[in-house]
Design a binder for this molecule. Structure first.
Ligand SMILES: Cc1ncc(COP(=O)(O)O)c(C=O)c1O
Length: 471
């Protein structure tokens, strides 16, 4: 049975705090607008509790968690062993910088870094800070002023990472002149390929732009320090780069003497069913940024791993805020890695990813609204587009369809992500029970059927997240 969302308690709660958060008034307005036009209001939940593969909202509705704290709970919600490790670390050390867990975790990370070649580590609190730290380290190491990042990339929401990310211009409004030293390179998305080009040709074009156009017409090669790439462009819509593209970037970096920085904040530590996203491409970056999963879903922990010489003697690249590498964060990271190894978590993620692959394989031809399914392990996305038939009104934005499917999934019991893009993004825990995972896919497919068949009308929601909880 589908949930009527938002439930009574959730709605009352949303209304009670609407004046405290950004977009606080949006939910009511959107609901009113949808109702007046005969559509369901946007589905909305507020968390009551979370455990393992599930979460519950204030009205007691239970959901399978494919949202995963924005891909941050690798072992499910509130893993008891990580909670305990964090409790013990807090009890023993409180907060101090000079605690042994900081060293133990750095040692463990060095062991699992690609090719075991990135042995130096610096701690940060968040992925955002870690990206900033990595970029500054690269500039200082190379003694150069520019960095290259890619269109649609997401590296954080601080001032610096807003400038570095490939956001659309509205996100950087009033900061436009600030990004003078970030060069945005084209990224070969698998949809919207320029007319007349194959995907391979598009990849070649993007690599050519990086290799030739940028150094010749934008900034001389010897003033570029690094290329920053997500090996799986996650927040931008779960775009999976081809092997040619990532390997091509490595070659171009080597040719020009640029550092290759892999932002593995989201792709790292098993999300793609390998330890690192770059492991799919047989490429070893010079620097690797880690965050999200390292927290075990309990205590923030992030940082940057580099080759020895990059951090080993780089006095000008200082970083590390007060709460970087807390005992709690390091304890969470250590316990998470221990469980990964003990329970063969990445093998399990691979098994789940095969199930997903088989389930989604025929969706593009089978459902007229599904334009593409993309997957690298458990980094999964389904893109939607207005089909060439009369089921859905012409001229409507593709993102309306994605939001409607995501809402229908939620009403039927699966919580996934759809921000402003035309993609529903899904990040289940790496250790999710197979039965729960399969059940989730039944629900996801039935939500697609509901919208595809016209049983649920596509709501004309604005292409921005709704509700009171932020953004
Ligand atoms: C690839 C990538 N880099 C950096 C960040 C920023 O990390 P945080 O939100 O922990 O600051 C994110 C967050 O989603 C991300 O996906």
């Amino acid at each position: 049975m589908a949930y009527d969302l938002p439930g009574k308690k959730t709605k009352a709660f949303l209304n009670s705090c609407k004046s405290y958060f950004k977009h606080g008034l949006t939910y009511e307005l959107d609901a009113k607008r949808a109702n007046s036009r005969g559509f369901k209001p946007p589905a909305q939940i507020m968390l009551d509790r979370a455990k393992g593969d599930h979460i519950w909202d204030l009205d007691g509705h239970k959901f399978i968690d494919f949202q995963n704290g924005w891909a941050t709970n690798p072992l499910g919600n509130c893993h008891p062993e990580i909670l305990e490790a964090v409790r013990l670390a807090n009890e023993r050390y409180g907060y101090h910088w000079e605690h042994p867990l900081r060293f133990e975790l750095a040692e463990k990370l060095a062991e699992i870094m690609p090719g075991k070649q990135l042995s130096r580590f610096t701690y940060e609190v968040s992925g955002t800070e870690a990206v900033e730290s990595a970029v500054h380290t690269a500039l200082c190491f190379k003694k150069r002023r520019y960095v290259v990042s890619f269109a649609s990339s997401f590296h954080g929401a601080s001032l610096a990472t807003k400038m570095i990310s490939g956001y659309t211009s509205e996100h950087n409004i009033y900061m436009e002149p600030w990004d003078g030293s970030v060069i945005k390179a084209p990224y070969p998305h698998s949809e919207n390929i320029p007319a007349g080009m194959s995907h391979d040709q598009y990849v070649d074009y993007c690599l050519w732009h990086l290799d030739h156009h940028i150094p010749k017409y934008i900034v001389p090669s010897d003033n570029i320090a690094a290329v920053l790439i997500e090996p799986g462009l996650a927040e931008g819509g779960n775009w999976i780069p081809s092997k040619n593209f990532i390997e091509g970037i490595r070659k171009i970096c080597d040719k020009h003497g640029w550092l290759m920085i892999a932002d593995e904040v989201l792709t790292g530590l098993g999300r793609t069913a390998k330890m690192w996203g770059v492991d799919h491409y047989d490429v070893i970056p010079d620097m690797l940024i880690v965050g999200k999963n390292l927290s075990g879903g309990i205590a923030p922990c992030a940082g940057v791993a580099t080759r020895d010489e990059i951090l080993g003697n780089n006095p000008s690249a200082s970083s590390g805020s007060t709460f970087a590498g807390t005992p709690a964060g390091c304890a969470a990271g250590l316990k998470t890695l221990e469980i990964y190894q003990r329970d063969s978590v990445i093998d399990h993620a691979k098994k789940l990813s095969e199930i997903a692959k088989n389930r989604m394989a025929e969706w593009v031809g089978k459902y007229s609204i599904v334009s593409e399914v993309r997957q690298l392990g458990l980094l999964m996305g389904i893109s939607f587009a207005v089909p060439d038939n009369d089921k859905i009104k012409e001229g409507w934005d593709n993102s309306f369809i994605a939001r409607t499917v995501r809402d229908q999934m939620l009403r039927n019991g699966v919580w996934a992500i759809c921000d402003s893009e035309s993609t529903v993004r899904m990040y289940p825990a790496l250790n999710m029970a197979e039965k729960v995972f399969t059940e989730a896919f039944d629900i996801i497919e039935s939500a697609i059927v509901d919208v595809d068949s016209g049983a649920v009308l596509v709501g004309d929601y604005p292409a921005v997240p709704t509700g009171v909880t932020g953004f």
